[in-house]
Design a protein around this ligand. Structure first.
Ligand code: HEM
Length: 367
């Protein structure tokens, strides 16, 4: 049982036996459906921020889909299947990058337009309130699924940050090189180095991943400024130059894995090898994903599983939420302890996003 379903039932006080009332409410509001949808799109198009999301030639199709959706919402038992149906619509909006607040505005507008119907006939009010309650539930699920899609921008694996941070640290360190060679303190170079270390604090974790410990470097830097000595210079060298050397080695390793990810990306996006099948089933899609990742990253992947539920935080390095038709599943990957691990993680993360996109496109094109 999906625990989110239970939470929603509790939050919105959903009555498990309210299906007859929901169906009745649906019948009451059906005669006004077209008028409500016309007003909905009229109002959305008045606002530039929303108009840009709406391809005008598709409005009749969108209206029909939205009505069919509300019909399902009010005529189906509130169970795992309906949850997944709503989640899929959330995923569609994630792909068009309609942020949750914009989505909430859409729901707000729809609710207002539905509530207005009570001006025509006040006896409709309890039915309308029930419909609005289910719209709220649907909004919550869509918001939840939007975040579950874990957008690319939020990926924790940004090797690019490491690249930027190391370059800054290296430049600042080079500024002090002459002082270190002559065992003296150049106040300007010293303060520039300290300033760079301070600015690099936001990259502290990603630097630690590559073996740079900012606190240790800072400590040796202060020590050196107080009393320049060969011992401190050596300590500083070890703290800065050794990880730098290691990084150059991993850069070569990463060239190999970059090629692997380019090959896999071509397979996924250009050759559509995950989805390129006449009657694609979730099982086949999973086999294809396993094959592509195995062929290109078998050397780096320690575990690759497909799970029905989101795994416990920290149990895998990467988790991607994927969907095909009614089927929603998680691709969970653990990566070996490699020296270029950070790069490999980002590469697999990007491939996961590409896979997610082609599954979405497949769904859209096969409708
Ligand atoms: C600000 C509000 C909204 C905008 C701008 C918007 C925009 C869109 C767009 C552009 C699509 C087509 C996506 C595609 O095929 O690539 C779509 C699909 C859809 N929207 Fe919305 N939408 C909004 C709010 C809503 C709300 C409040 C609901 C539900 C009550 C809803 C239900 C749907 C449904 C059911 C589909 C079809 C999904 C599918 O193809 O499976 N939308 N929407």
């Amino acid at each position: 049982m999906n625990p989110k379903l239970e939470l929603l039932k509790e939050i919105y006080r959903l009555d498990p036996n309210d299906l007859p009332q929901r169906k009745e409410a649906l019948e009451k509001v059906k005669p006004f459906a077209d008028e409500i949808m016309d007003r909905f799109y009229e109002k959305l198009l008045e606002k530039e921020d929303f108009a840009r999301f709406i391809p005008t030639e598709r409005i009749p199709e969108l209206k029909a889909k939205q009505i069919a959706f509300v019909v399902e919402l009010l005529s189906k038992p509130f169970d795992e299947k309906l949850y997944r149906r709503i989640a899929r619509v959330g995923i569609v909006h994630y792909h068009i990058r309609l942020d949750p607040l914009y989505m909430s505005y859409g729901y707000h507008l729809l609710s207002e337009l539905i509530l207005e119907q009570s001006h025509k006939d006040p006896s409709l009010l309890p039915y309308l309130k029930l419909i609005i309650k289910y719209l709220k539930v649907s909004e919550a699920i869509m918001g939840e699924e939007y975040f579950a899609q874990k957008s690319l921008a939020e990926s924790p694996y940004r090797a690019n940050d490491l690249f930027v941070a190391v370059n800054r640290l290296h430049t600042a360190y080079m500024g002090c090189r002459e002082s270190f060679e002559n065992l003296r303190v150049d106040p300007e170079a010293h303060s520039a180095f300290e300033k760079a270390l301070e600015e690099l604090r936001e990259h502290r974790e990603v630097l630690a991943e590559a073996g740079f410990d900012l606190a240790t470097i800072k400590r040796f830097c202060t020590e050196y400024a107080k009393a320049p000595s060969e011992t401190t210079v050596q300590a500083l060298r070890r703290a800065v130059e050794r990880p730098l050397n290691d990084l150059s080695v991993t850069a070569y390793l990463s060239l190999g894995s970059s090629l692997a990810s380019l090959r896999a990306m071509t397979d996924i996006v250009y050759r559509r090898l995950v989805t390129n099948e006449r009657s694609l089933t979730p099982e086949r899609a999973r086999e294809n994903i396993r094959r592509i990742l195995g062929e290109n990253f078998g050397w780096a992947v320690a575990r690759l599983d497909f799970l029905e539920h989101e795994p416990r935080e920290g149990s895998y390095d990467l988790v991607k939420h994927l969907s095909l038709g009614e089927s929603v599943f998680y691709l969970a990957v653990g990566v070996r302890e490699l020296s270029n691990r950070l790069y490999v993680l980002e590469q697999i993360d990007l491939l996961g996003e590409a896979i997610k996109l082609t599954l979405y496109l497949h769904e859209k094109e096969s409708r």
